[in-house]
Design a protein around this ligand. Structure first.
Ligand SMILES: Nc1ncnc2c1ncn2[C@@H]1O[C@H](COP(=O)(O)OP(=O)(O)OP(=O)(O)O)[C@@H](O)[C@H]1O
Length: 219
């Protein structure tokens, strides 16, 4: 792919990647970052969970106590935050601004997307994120990728598939600005690159959302 630089018009627009667990977000983002070093920044979230061995405060996460986290919530510092498995996770406006002049990429869950949608225009200056839905080609593919990855217990797979239902339903309501279907990884990577780099025609290069029957997620 030609190495055109990032379009300066998109740099200040955070790119928000959403999609069910197992769709291939990490796979595609790893490729994107490898092809374009020093172009994108991944915002460092705050969390109340304890650091795992090897994790460093301010690198993987800003590790804070529950009290500190809630103080920041009260102060309105979070663009989005959510609770998973008993711990809180969130993105502050400051963490996002710190990335400038790199384009911020956020990989967040539906709860976060909804908060960001409502809070982004209220920031000074207002934020104008691009919401991208990374879609599986079908529900059966999503299930087999998640199971095939071999990283999840049966219980956590079930939780991820339950969350996938709400995410896909939101996409079916047209909740995102652009959809990329991760069927053939090379093609999806090319589209993500065009959108993330803001190359000419990026707004119209997305795919149509497949016709999903979300009840298949209950089976
Ligand atoms: N286009 C593709 N074709 C086939 N397999 C794929 C494709 N994209 C990703 N995969 C595989 O699907 C599995 C899930 O991908 P990945 O871990 O990137 O998902 P994810 O969306 O980042 O999930 P999570 O949100 O749980 O981190 C991996 O085993 C990956 O190698």
């Amino acid at each position: 792919m030609a190495s055109e630089p990032i379009n300066p018009e998109v740099v200040s627009r955070p790119l928000v990647i959403c999609g069910p667990s197992g769709t291939g977000k990490s796979t595609l983002l790893t490729r994107l970052f490898a092809s374009h070093p020093n172009t994108f920044g991944f915002s460092i979230s705050h969390t109340t969970r304890s650091p795992r061995p090897g994790e460093q405060d301010g690198r993987e996460y800003h590790f804070v106590t529950k009290e500190e986290f809630m103080r920041r919530v009260e102060a309105g510092e979070f663009l989005e935050w959510a609770q998973f498995g008993g711990n809180c996770y969130g993105t502050t406006f400051a963490a996002l601004s710190a990335l400038h002049p790199l384009r911020c990429i956020l990989d967040i869950e539906l709860q976060g997307v909804l908060q960001l949608r409502s809070k982004a225009p209220l920031q000074t200056p207002p934020l104008s994120p691009v919401f991208l839905f990374l879609s599986p080609p079908s529900i059966s593919t999503l299930k087999s990728r998640l199971r095939g990855r071999g990283t999840e217990t049966t219980e956590s797979t079930a939780k991820r598939l339950a969350a996938a239902k709400a995410e896909i339903e939101y996409a079916m309501q047209g909740g995102h600005d652009v959809v990329v279907v991760n069927d053939q990884v090379d093609k999806a990577a090319e589209k993500l690159e065009k959108i993330a780099m803001g190359w000419k025609g990026w707004e119209g290069c997305g795919d149509e959302l497949p016709r999903f029957n979300v009840d298949e997620l209950d089976e």
